[in-house]
Design a protein around this ligand. Structure first.
Ligand SMILES: C[S@@+](CC[C@H](N)C(=O)[O-])C[C@H]1O[C@@H](n2cnc3c(N)ncnc32)[C@H](O)[C@@H]1O
Length: 387
């Protein structure tokens, strides 16, 4: 018989594969935003229930890294960011971080569906998943207020990016995950988020692309993120304006853990209130740091078999004792990340290698000798082998 954790893992793995249509060739609708004549033809065909589609073969790299806009999948963020999202949600449950799970910018709802599935799979009966979107696409750039958005005309792509609320509800229903703990906030972030009836947030996922959308969501919701809660920025490396909004917000506020890379596009960090260190690993860390006299490299955990896309991290307070560099002697927050990391840090690997060579001189020294006459003992051995 298969045990529950294994079944849960199989369910969530399968769900992620389906939400991304991993492995499937795609049929992507043909659009003609800038070609009025073609658009008229497409509209005429649509009235007869005929849709023009392009066949796109499955591209593993793109679907892993969320680099395309899929025709059928419920999420465009790709397998790696979905996997990371699942691990963040699982950590919230394992560490009992208080609050609901929120996504700002949901498109067809896939990432929210996964979050609801994680709650269901682990038997959580209290938390809500908030699904917040205009359900009408991205707003046009407001270049007076948000100059960074000036050239971002994602509003012109609403034929792909605008997905109605009813479509998203249907998508939840298709997976059997629509209930009253899936809460919809419909409208522009500037109108909906500030007074949203959400008390505490344990996971905040921002995927609104623009400076405007990112900063409105951070301003309205980051203060409600619990200590240890996750803040995930989907487009940090893909859209400069989005990254700028994050940088500006982080400059003006505090309580941020270190930024962790997910897949070259998305990042996340954990909220960390300096006066409230996370308690879970404290004792263990104290032990670690007293065992190791080099305080700036006290933690070098690596999962022996890192799985692609699997990022599991946690934070802790460690005691930096009498650092020779900065003189610190205090508790400081650090990030410990378990995931796709090398088994050994480069510097350690180098040290080990040098130590190995130092301890095995008899192996390498003969190799350095120029070819030619050898010692008598060596000659005797090699002759013996030749015979
Ligand atoms: C890239 S899509 C989100 C992708 C989605 N997270 C997924 O899993 O595939 C961006 C979404 O953000 C929404 N959006 C962007 N800016 C917004 C704003 N200011 N107010 C409301 N919705 C916004 C768009 O309607 C769109 O659905």
């Amino acid at each position: 018989m298969i045990d529950t954790p294994e079944i849960r893992k199989m369910y969530l793995d399968l769900l992620r594969k389906h939400l991304t249509r991993f492995g499937d060739d795609d049929l992507v609708a043909v659009h003609a935003a800038n070609r009025p004549l073609v658009r008229r033809v497409l509209n005429m065909l649509a009235k007869r229930n005929i849709k023009l589609v392009r066949e796109v073969p499955f591209d593993e790299r793109k679907r892993t890294l969320g680099l395309d806009w899929p025709g059928a999948a419920e999420s465009m963020i790709g397998m790696q960011r979905l996997t990371s999202l699942q691990h963040c949600a699982e950590t919230v449950l394992a560490e009992n971080i208080p609050g609901d799970l929120v996504e700002c910018g949901v498109w067809r709802g896939g990432a929210c569906i996964l979050m609801r599935a994680v709650l269901a799979a682990y038997g959580d009966e209290n938390r809500n998943v908030w699904v917040t979107d205009s359900f009408a696409g991205v707003p046009p750039p407001d270049k007076e207020k948000y100059p960074a958005d000036e050239n971002l005309r994602l509003d012109l792509q609403s034929y792909v990016l605008a997905v109605s609320e009813s479509t998203v509800r249907n998508n939840f229903e298709r997976y059997g995950l629509l209930d009253d703990r899936v809460r919809f906030l419909v409208g522009w972030f500037k109108d909906t988020l500030r007074d949203a009836p959400i008390d505490h947030i344990s996971l905040l996922r921002l995927d609104g692309d623009l400076y405007e959308s990112t900063s409105q969501a951070l301003n309205a919701l980051y203060p409600r993120l619990s200590n240890g809660g996750f803040c995930i920025i989907d487009d940090y490396h893909a859209i400069n304006a989005c990254r700028q909004a994050v940088t500006d917000y982080r400059k003006q506020h505090d309580a941020f853990g270190q930024i962790i890379e997910i897949d070259g596009t998305g990042v996340f960090w954990r909220k960390l209130l300096s006066n409230m260190p996370l308690s879970g690993l404290r004792a263990e860390m104290t032990q670690q740091s007293t065992q190791r006299p080099t305080p700036h490299r006290p933690i070098r955990f690596a999962q022996p078999r890192g799985e692609t896309g699997r990022v599991r991290m946690t934070e802790a307070a460690i005691r930096v004792s009498h650092c020779r560099v900065c003189g610190a002697n205090d508790w400081v927050p650090v990030v410990v990340s378990f995931g796709p990391m090398p088994r050994t840090a480069f510097a350690d690997g180098l040290q080990d290698t040098v130590a190995w060579y130092a301890g095995n001189r008899d192996w390498w020294e003969p190799l350095k000798r120029p070819a030619g006459p050898r010692t008598e003992a060596e000659l005797a051995t090699s002759k013996g082998q030749a015979r």
